[in-house]
Design a protein around this ligand. Structure first.
Ligand SMILES: Nc1nc2c(c(=O)[nH]1)N[C@H]1C(S)=C(S)[C@@H](COP(=O)(O)OP(=O)(O)OC[C@H]3O[C@@H](n4cnc5c(=O)[nH]c(N)nc54)[C@H](O)[C@@H]3O)O[C@H]1N2
Ligand SMILES: Nc1nc2c(c(=O)[nH]1)N[C@H]1C(S)=C(S)[C@@H](COP(=O)(O)OP(=O)(O)OC[C@H]3O[C@@H](n4cnc5c(=O)[nH]c(N)nc54)[C@H](O)[C@@H]3O)O[C@H]1N2
Ligand code: SF4
Ligand SMILES: [Mo]
Length: 756
């Protein structure tokens, strides 16, 4: 297939790919039986009351919503019409929040595991018993091993208060999977290069050209972000998508670069080299705002278009074409910074290359470019400063500090270091694990290690809303009120350009309904534990409502004020473009964009982005890559009846020519086996398509639930994480590379080698 596609060819491929999506088949083959009334006609909502102030947490984009409530029961969710972010819209997952609230499998009561960790036998207990046990077990560990004997894995808005409490207790090691397995190194690479973290603040709506590396917008659904992408396309932007797979974004692209996985840095270096060599970079911007151009130019000089074409397995002409499109549309080009970056363990350098390319094009704080945004911020609730016994200082026990590892690590302790210490007891024992809103079984590579670590604990406390895989490993399992039933402290975003009137907004989360059963919010739970541990007088707030109100006060706001404004406070913001016309500011050590970063050199790393090779698949295997399913968020939505109905399992993508040679057909039921002989527990359906390279197998993340308590999602599809028995820890950041495993296909119990 010609990588550079004519319009006609593109449409042909698109429809080919679409035809090869056996979605109807997949859905039909595995459609669950739905409880009567699941899709009952909604009828009229005239008799419902609209409650405002909701904020979605079916993913972390946090769209603002309202709920229609009838007799205290939520019957429909909609975008908050006042929102300048998502407006009246919600995505499929946002809409299906209703099915999370009323999921009969949801956690309802505190539970004690009277069986084994990993093979639980649950006994319902009272909150008093649960909190007594948590407090005494945590206290016991602190007394015996010191506060460093505890560690926390957490994620989500409701984890702020608990993590603040564990910090107060002196716990040095806490890790957010959303950093070490997600965007930690995107943030940190940008911070070191630009002096700020742009997140996904890239102005696609006003771009004349966009470059997406991996970033599969459309399957990766962050609502207003998808909308910006679509608006950009509607306004005529040229779209370049670099992906080994014909992603939904590639289906909208003018140029699909079907790159060999793990070679993106070489591609970016060649594009930059070509732009410099042909004099088509923004000399004025580079002179004024970039540090180390000459050294950068020399260092990347060796990565010629011809060399990169070989490494990346793409035609030379396509690399030149990409450079041409970017140069012709500069500076109004959206070089997407990416989000999920933990790919190969050499990703810090790749993300720096994104930032450097945008710099050569002058694509900062201009229409289409990466924006630097002043967000409206509110306060925090602090637990008091504490004097610890025997001059204990948590900093001295932070694992990464002690071992002087990972100088460019994101905040927190690398997941992997915590897990290793839980297993080895070195440099000191960690004996208690608190998991709050994270699912380490599905989220971290090397499941066996995570399980070994959890088995080695004296105590494991898990707070969750659903019985996902991690809950099987709890001693005490606490049911939290979900995002539609509680308050949360949330800061939200901004609109940045003059045309759309720059605005800032704050939308704290407010409950739409009362929690059912014995579900409680995080302030209630943590205060109950704190009180029992003897910290009654230190408790900073009594309720979650008070907590949010306290934070808002620092911004001159209150919940009352927000309620009067239909759940969203909006004020005039600063236009990023106008601001930049006066003066850019890149608060790095040189005050400029660090094309050449001395700090990296000082630590023994390459000061300019560099391409490093990763091991190739062994004979008979292909690299396993993964991404998002558009209607699921990781594992957390797998039990959602509506979402499961739409996409019940994750098709395994394989190249059509390969499949023919292997005797495989679209729709075949298959399992996977990896390079270490590990076979997937469950199976999925094969998707045979020309829209994927021959050296990769793709599947969406989060499927293949192990916990039978998730009666809808149990055993549906294949768990990609179970195939990740290897990881590469990035030396700069400590983040986990996860696309470093290889698989072959198993059909009818028989492994079939993938032809070279
Ligand atoms: N193999 C592989 N690994 C990956 C990824 C991948 O694509 N492939 N993606 C990575 C990325 S990008 C990320 S961000 C991480 C995400 O990693 P996690 O944050 O661990 O993922 P979630 O599935 O969101 O799991 C969160 C857990 O929180 C629970 N939960 C949901 N709402 C609440 C709540 O209100 N309160 C509490 N207490 N619990 C709640 C869910 O039921 C679930 O058990 O995973 C990373 N790991
Ligand atoms: N529906 C839905 N949307 C979500 C989420 C969700 O759970 N569900 N999660 C959100 C979160 S937390 C995150 S971090 C984002 C993640 O979403 P992204 O940041 O877009 O994730 P990526 O890993 O960059 O992109 C996955 C794509 O990379 C391609 N790919 C794999 N290997 C390579 C390679 O070596 N080179 C290149 N160029 N491409 C490669 C895959 O084929 C796939 O199309 O999604 C967010 N949006
Ligand atoms: S993108 Fe969808 S799931 Fe994510 S917050 Fe918005 S509506 Fe909710
Ligand atoms: Mo993520």
């Amino acid at each position: 297939m010609a990588p550079r596609m004519s319009r006609r060819r593109f449409l042909q491929t698109a429809s080919l790919a679409a035809a090869s999506v056996p979605l109807s088949k997949v859905v039909a083959s595995a459609q669950p039986t739905l409880a009567p009334g699941t899709f009952a006609a909604p009828g009229s909502f005239k008799d419902t009351k609209t409650v405002t102030g909701g904020v979605c947490e079916m993913c972390f984009w946090r769209c603002q919503l309202v709920g229609k409530v009838r007799n205290g029961r939520l019957v429909k969710l909609e975008g908050n019409p006042k929102s300048i972010d998502n407006g009246k819209a919600l995505c499929a997952r946002g809409n299906a929040g209703i099915k999370l609230v009323y999921d009969p499998d949801r956690l309802k009561y505190p539970m004690k595991n009277v069986g084994e960790r990993g093979k639980p036998v649950w006994k319902r207990i009272s909150w008093d018993e649960a909190l007594d046990e948590c407090a005494s077990r945590l206290d016991g560990i602190v007394k015996k091993y010191g506060p460093q004997g505890l560690a926390v894995w957490y994620h989500g808005a409701s984890a702020h208060y608990p993590t603040a409490f564990f910090k107060f207790l002196g716990v040095p090691n806490m890790c957010e999977p959303a950093f070490y397995q997600c965007r930690g190194q995107t943030a940190i690479a940008m911070l070191h290069t630009l002096g700020f973290v742009p997140n996904e603040d890239v102005d696609m709506a006003n771009a004349k050209a966009m470059l997406l590396i991996g970033t599969h917008i459309g399957e990766n659904v962050h609502l207003s972000h998808v909308r910006n992408f679509i608006t950009g396309i509607e306004r005529g932007a040229r779209v370049i998508v670099v992906d080994p797979r014909f992603s939904s974004a590639a289906a909208k692209a003018h140029v699909w670069v079907k790159i060999k996985p793990a070679t993106d840095t070489a591609f970016l270096l060649a594009v930059m080299n070509h732009l410099i060599a042909s004099g088509r970079y923004n000399k004025k911007f580079v002179e004024k705002w970039c540090n180390g151009f000459e050294k950068f130019k020399t260092a990347i000089g060796g990565m010629t278009v011809a060399k990169a074409a070989k490494i990346c397995d793409v035609p030379e002409s396509q690399i030149v074409e990409v450079a041409d499109i970017l140069a012709a549309n500069a500076p109004n080009v959206a070089i997407h910074p990416g989000r999920h970056a933990t790919w190969y363990g050499n990703d810090f350098q790749r993300i720096r290359a994104h930032a450097c390319l945008a710099a050569l094009l002058g694509a900062y704080e201009v229409p289409g470019g990466i924006q630097k945004i002043e967000r409206m911020s509110t306060g925090h609730v602090h637990w008091p400063e504490r004097e610890f016994k025997d001059d204990y200082d948590p900093e001295d026990y932070a694992l990464a500090e002690m071992e002087e590892k990972y100088p460019f690590r994101p905040p927190g302790t690398p997941t992997d270091m915590i897990r290793e210490t839980m297993i080895s007891g070195k440099p000191y024992p960690i004996k208690g694990m608190i998991v709050w809103g994270a699912n380490p079984i599905k989220t971290f590579p090397c499941q066996e290690e995570t399980e070994k670590a959890l088995k080695n604990m004296d105590f494991v406390m898990v707070t969750d809303v659903s019985p996902t895989d991690i809950t099987m490993w709890a001693d005490i399992l606490l049911p939290e009120a979900c995002y539609l039933e509680r308050y949360d402290h949330i800061e939200k975003g901004t609109q940045w350009d003059c045309a759309d009137k720059p605005q800032q907004f704050i939308a704290p989360r407010m409950p739409l309904i009362e929690p059912m059963f014995e579900r409680k919010d995080s302030v209630w739970i943590i205060n109950g534990i704190a009180r029992r541990m003897g910290f009654e007088k230190d408790i900073p707030v009594k309720t979650q409502e008070e907590y949010v109100d306290h934070c808002l006060k620092e911004a001159g706001l209150s919940l009352e004020k927000i309620r009067q404004q239909d759940g969203i406070y909006i004020r005039k913001g600063v236009c990023s473009y106008c601001h930049a016309q006066k003066q850019h500011s890149f608060p790095t050590s040189s005050g400029k964009i660090e094309l050449y970063l001395d700090d990296l050199k000082d630590e023994g790393f390459s000061p300019v982005p560099v391409y490093t090779r990763v091991p190739e698949p062994p004979r008979g295997y292909a690299r396993m890559i993964y991404g998002r399913s558009p209607v699921h968020s990781f594992n957390r939505t797998q039990n959602n009846a509506w979402l499961n109905h739409e996409i019940p399992e994750n098709p395994v993508w394989i190249n059509d020519e390969l499949a023919a040679r292997m005797g495989l057909k679209d729709g075949d039921r298959v399992a996977l086996e990896n390079q270490d002989g590990k076979r997937s527990v469950s199976t999925s359906v094969l998707k045979v398509t020309p829209g994927i390279r021959k050296d990769v197998i793709f599947l969406a993340h989060g499927f293949g639930t192990f916990n039978s308590a998730m009666t809808v999602g149990y055993g549906k599809g294949i768990d990609d994480q179970s195939m990740n028995t290897r990881t590469v820890i990035e030396p700069e950041t400590g983040c986990c590379g996860m696309r470093v495993n290889f698989v072959r296909i198993v059909k009818d119990g028989r492994p079939i080698d993938i032809p070279a």
